[in-house]
Design a protein around this ligand. Sequence first.
Ligand code: ZN
Length: 496
Amino acid sequence: MVLYLYNTLTRRKEKFEPLNPPMVGMYVCGPTVYGDPHLGHARPAITFDILYRYLQHLGYKVRYVRNITDVGHLEHDADDGEDKIAKKARLEQVEPMEVAQYYTNRYHKAMEALNVLPPSIEPHASGHIIEQEELVKQILNNGYAYESEGSVYFDVEKYNKDHHYGILSNRNLDDVINASRELDGVGEKRNQVDFALWKKAQPEHIMRWPSPWSDGFPGWHCECTAMGRKYLGEEFDIHGGGMDLVFPHHECEIAQAVASQGKQMVRYWMHNNMLTINGQKMGKSLGNFITLEQFFTGNHEALEQAYAPMVIRFFILQAHYRSTVDFSNEALQSAQKGLERLLDGIANIERIKVSPETDAATAEMVRTLKEKCYDAMNDDLNTQIVISLLFDACRTINSLCDGKGTIADADLAELRDTMTTFAFDILGLRAKSGNDGQSESREEAFGKAVDMLLELRAKAKVDKDWATSDRIRDALASFGFEVKDTKDGATWKLGI
Ligand code: ZN
């Protein structure tokens, strides 16, 4: 089985061959922690969660590093403006690290809700100032940077004479210079296109560290080069992030790596495409900025209802990671229906009655399903195709439940294995909880607690204690449980 991944650097799909199998080193740019996590955080996290899960499924031992940017990311993504975290701290009158911690916690909570696995290492930029200063020193020693007024800048023109600046974003230096012409004067820089490796802190700037050049802070691009190298080595396999990071962030990372160690650090560069809301880019000024928590609770005027984290995850996975995704209430509602159909289909496997033999059409479906799912994943993680294959299989499952067609024990086991492996282990979807025999129990203790409440309710009904019985029913409904009375008692289900 061969995995092909699209490499942004070579602009084609390439066979994935790790440098030191079975080890795989993977670095993904994490969040700048100064605001609530939103959709823009969900897509790269989910995209690279799929890659992380799939590589592990294939037997690789993956060291997955995803950083937390808590210093040096200035407002204009370039070299000026206030530090994003320091600004928030100033406005809220708290310590910058309180801001970083608060939003890091919020980010973790949202990622857990989306069933995004935590990385192996989550380094903070502010905890790696020494490594970043070391990087700056190497680049200075190699002659690709210069000091100016206590700051250090990368000398893009000099670098471009020896190497190609723009190799990742497929542009040449003239394009970059033309694109940046409108900005104001060069100030301390020799050239507008030069970027900061170290910035001298202004007196009012609170996040500052001593260095040979000034009391200051590292440029934003330094952290990923320094921390990637520290934890994954001078050369490692995969570096990922959103497409918006290709330029300047990842372009600068490549330049820093080559300027400091004479060779590139990363073998495969991977980027997920962006998402829009109702066809527009998400932005605070457009009034369509929706946080993940607002999606989960429905608490935003643009939302017609709450959307469960699994609906968001499923919706993102319905598109290939290199295509754009457009969020709308309509699209999310149809994703919700699709997810219900898929999870119910998988749960229905348990209702199929086994026959001595499998009919020809079912046998063919079971035989090819797994292979087709692997083919789709191996073709640059095509989750869109995997989901459509799982839907096809659900149609067969539902027919088998209705007594149309037959399936033998071994084929049923194979079908169950394929469906759960791809839906739960690889796509990372979560089954619904419940005791209605149609869905797997995810948290037994949780289920037992609900069962006990229903027993108390049944007892209250026998005792004609209607107040208690209604109270339990209403409370469960308000928590999102669907309770159904049957002749043998009651069943419950928690909506997704
Ligand atoms: Zn980065």
